[in-house]
Design a protein around this ligand. Structure first.
Ligand SMILES: [Zn+2]
Length: 249
């Protein structure tokens, strides 16, 4: 399978320090992140809605990314909202722009990393590229569905739903049927599902969340595991003593 080359372009200042090294090091059969760049000097928003926060239209992000040249796919990431409240738009033939505004708070409050959210969206883009060939195709709307099924192609019209499909997203039966009609490399869906399962919390974070959620059960498990470790240690000690006694006599 030919890997899709990805260039990430950070647009303006991101409120959070993202671990792009981790994103870049993600091993995938589908894509590789080749370059990460920043555009610091961004134009003022044309949106004159009277509010002080900055919002951009799809066209404005297209203009911002206009001078970025890259053969593969360009993914702009910004901490400003889109004026239509969606979080990802196509911003040119091979370009997309992802807004993490609002979503950052939703994810972080639920112990989900923004790095995983970015990875999940890259997978979605790469499937579009492989299945539809043309990122500008309206066939995209035949794959994305409005209802939330914890699927990679959930629309997330209500941004809160990203909480349900950022980690270990599935490919629902309807999306599998759609993809199976397309000309895709061998084992495409199988490999995709395998890699999507790896979009998850680090083990330490999972343990921390479990302790916060079930404090009494955590204490009980700690006590039980301490007793079991003690019993095993005593057993080993008794066995050693027995062996040493037999050896000496
Ligand atoms: Zn689906």
């Amino acid at each position: 399978m030919n890997k899709t080359q990805i260039k990430i372009v950070i647009i303006g200042h991101l409120r959070h320090s993202l671990d792009f090294k981790k994103i870049k090091q993600n091993k995938s059969s589908f894509f590789e992140i080749c370059q990460i760049e920043t555009i610091n000097n961004i134009p003022s928003s044309e949106n004159d809605n009277g509010y002080l926060d900055i919002t951009y239209s799809r066209k404005e992000t297209e203009n911002i990314l206009n001078n970025v040249n890259f053969e593969g796919i360009v993914l702009g990431i910004m901490n400003y909202r889109f004026d239509d409240n969606f979080y990802m738009h196509r911003s040119g033939d091979n370009k997309l722009c992802l807004s993490i505004a609002d979503i950052d708070i939703l994810l972080l409050n639920n112990g989900i990393s923004l790095e995983n959210f970015i990875l999940k969206n890259i997978y979605e883009i790469v499937v579009f590229k492989n299945a539809l060939n043309d990122l500008t195709s309206d066939d995209i709307y035949n794959l994305i569905h409005q209802d939330t099924r914890m699927c990679l192609f959930d629309m997330n019209g209500d941004k809160y739903d990203v909480v349900y499909n950022t980690e270990k997203p599935i490919i629902c039966d309807e999306c599998k049927t759609f993809l199976n009609k397309k000309s895709l490399p061998e084992n495409f869906i199988k490999t995709l599902e395998k890699e999507l399962k790896k979009i998850k919390k680090p083990l330490l974070c999972t343990v921390e969340i479990f302790i916060k959620k079930y404090p009494l059960l955590s204490i009980l498990l700690t006590v039980l595991s301490t007793i079991i470790i003690n019993l095993i240690s005593n057993g080993i000690w008794e066995l050693l003593k027995k062996c040493l006694t037999n050896h000496c006599t």
